[in-house]
Write a protein that binds this ligand. Structure first.
Ligand SMILES: [Zn+2]
Length: 156
């Protein structure tokens, strides 16, 4: 173990090469202060830098629920008629059977999100609604707490 050539302290970590009265000495940082430093030496044991792995905090997933608008049948039929398309033509454009389109327009069959997206594109309409569920903060929940006392009061 190297020692400071001025104070004799064990050198750990960063040491300094200083020039003092024509001689080069290896000294500790305290002794190097105010001296002519010609270089540094790292005496720390050569360890691979420790990787501090901090697991990323899992973010609470915000759920996005996709739903088809309620009056999808009317919207699709109106848009189709406005564009002068027959059900057959529309069916071909979205890769479905005419019978499927007929049932969807009649409100008997809710299109899948995938099909609704295709219909949106072709007919330039909006069929898919995105409902975003935000996680409630625990603080908010407190406001809705009903204690047993409250319930007893309501009973009377
Ligand atoms: Zn020293």
């Amino acid at each position: 173990m190297a020692k400071c050539e001025l104070c004799g302290r064990e050198l750990q970590g960063l040491a300094y090469r200083i020039r003092l009265e024509g001689a080069e000495l290896i000294v500790c940082p305290a002794c190097a202060r105010g001296k002519t430093i010609v270089g540094t030496i790292n005496f720390s044991r050569t360890q691979p830098p420790r990787q501090i792995k901090t697991a990323p905090k899992p973010k609470k997933p915000v759920e996005v629920e996709q739903t088809i608008v309620e009056n999808y049948g009317d919207i699709i039929r109106n848009a189709r008629e406005k564009m002068g398309l027959t059900r057959d033509m529309l069916a071909a454009m979205v890769g479905e059977k005419e019978s499927i389109i007929r049932r969807i327009e009649a409100g008997q069959l809710e299109p899948t999100i995938e099909l609704a997206r295709k219909l949106e594109k072709v007919l330039k309409i909006k069929l898919v609604e995105e409902i975003i569920d935000y996680e409630m903060e625990s603080g908010d929940l407190k406001n809705y707490d009903i204690t047993l006392g409250d319930i007893a009061e309501f009973k009377d």
